[in-house]
Ligand binder design. Structure first.
Ligand SMILES: [Zn+2]
Length: 428
């Protein structure tokens, strides 16, 4: 449930697939005349990039197995039931029992996950030369994430547990309906309340570039757009940009690393891609998709939890799903459903990313600059431009960079006077 709320906050927004990258330390590139009709070759991945790709796949498997193992152990040893009893003693009332259980559970699972996340987020990124983060920043960010997770859990989890008690046969439907507005609120406040806990956001320093971006936004029909730059260089050498927020908090955010590394034309293509997400309604589509996923998760839990409790309830130490001690069981069922539907979720994500690429190309007609932007992403992120099918199905939120470069080389209807897919959305 918590992950689902964070999922929507991150969905369909990033420009890159989110792997850290090794910037070659280039200063802002000089303006050169670019032949936008020249195709761009997909570079062969280096030996180091292939090593990063293969070890990353194994790490992903280990992380999945670990998170499932932790939940099974907390259930099967009766630890969760004991934690529920502690929460009842300390909390006294039903509501505070839930708040205390959620806080303790989140803290304990975070501690159990800490060695693996320390390796994945800190040690490994430094070993591949992809990170700028100090240990203090990593640890501080981990503590802040824990605080946010506890708070969000305490704010939302009482709702499905209340409905589990009151409406044992319809709780899954009512919970999804009741939590849908929370997803919208999370999308609304994440860029102004959560993201600034971790990094500093500021107006763009380069005013000339900002003016060009705002002119592009105007052509894309986006009014009152806000563009921010964020000091991600304290964390990573990766390049990225993303859209976030809804209503009054919608914005485009550029990492300072991408501003430093890419040329103006490359950046304008990236901005065109991000604007495409807004104009094509991807943020709202992502929210709707998250609500559907939540409904599916709740329904699967509703249909299966009873049989699991009937079979193992004695060992778990609880007999009713409405007992807060069932949280690890619910999360286990959610992650089983989540793994099964990940290929659908990611296919949707790759589809909207592909359409955002098309939008960015059509509004800028900067084919060559788009291609070289992707090459920089690939090289700086140690990305594999042509990953295997399993990677694509279970991990590929964006089309592989090789396919994105192939597309920008092949797609240029404006050269032959053919109609644009999104031409009617541009202001003349
Ligand atoms: Zn995107």
């Amino acid at each position: 449930m918590l992950t689902m709320i964070f999922f929507v906050v991150a969905l369909g927004s990033g420009f890159a697939a989110g792997q850290p990258g090794d910037v070659a330390g280039a200063a802002a590139a000089p303006t050169v005349v670019v032949d936008e009709t020249a195709p761009v070759a997909v570079p062969e991945p280096t030996e180091q990039a292939l090593r990063y790709y293969r070890s990353g796949n194994w790490l992903w498997v280990v992380e999945q197995v670990w998170s499932i193992t932790v939940l099974v152990v907390l259930l099967a040893t009766g630890f969760s039931a004991a934690l529920g009893n502690v929460a009842r003693r300390l909390g006294r009332s039903w509501f505070f029992t839930i708040v205390i259980y959620v806080t303790l559970f989140t803290a304990i699972t975070t501690i159990l996950d800490l060695p693996l996340s320390y390796y994945a987020e800190y040690v490994r990124q430094h070993a591949y030369g992809l990170s700028n983060q100090t240990f203090a920043k990593w640890f501080g960010d981990s503590l802040k994430s824990l605080g946010v997770a506890c708070l969000v859990g305490a704010l939302v989890l009482w709702l499905p547990y209340l409905l589990l008690r009151r409406c044992p046969t319809r709780w899954w439907l009512y919970s999804a309906v009741a939590l849908a507005p929370f997803i919208v609120v999370a999308s609304l406040v994440a860029p102004i309340w959560i993201a600034p806990l971790f990094n500093t956001f500021a107006p763009m320093h380069d005013k000339a570039l900002e003016a060009k971006i705002l002119a592009l936004a105007d052509r894309a029909g986006i009014e009152g757009s806000r563009v921010y730059e964020v000091d991600k260089s304290v964390d990573t050498k990766t390049l990225n940009a993303y859209v976030a927020g809804v209503f009054g908090t919608k914005r485009i955010v550029l990492w300072d690393t991408i501003l430093k590394r890419m040329t103006e034309r490359e950046l304008l293509f990236v901005m065109g891609h991000e604007m495409g997400h807004y104009v094509l309604g991807h943020v709202w589509q992502g929210i709707a998709f998250s609500v559907l996923l939540m409904l599916g998760s709740f329904y699967v839990a509703y249909r299966t939890a009873g049989a699991v409790i009937a079979r193992f309830g004695g060992r778990f130490g609880f007999t009713n799903l409405a007992d807060i001690a069932s949280l690890p069981l619910l999360l286990l069922l959610f992650s089983g459903f989540g793994l099964a539907v990940t290929p659908i979720e990611l296919a949707f994500s790759r589809h909207i990313e592909h359409e955002a690429d098309r939008f960015g190309l059509e509004i800028t007609t900067a084919s060559h600059s788009a291609g070289t932007a992707f090459v920089k992403l690939q090289e700086d992120a140690l990305a594999n431009p042509r990953p295997g099918l399993l990677y694509k199905l279970w991990r590929g939120s964006h089309p592989p960079l090789g396919e994105r470069i192939d597309f920008v080389n092949a797609y240029h209807p404006w050269n032959s006077g053919q109609p644009l897919e999104y031409g009617d959305k541009f202001k003349r």
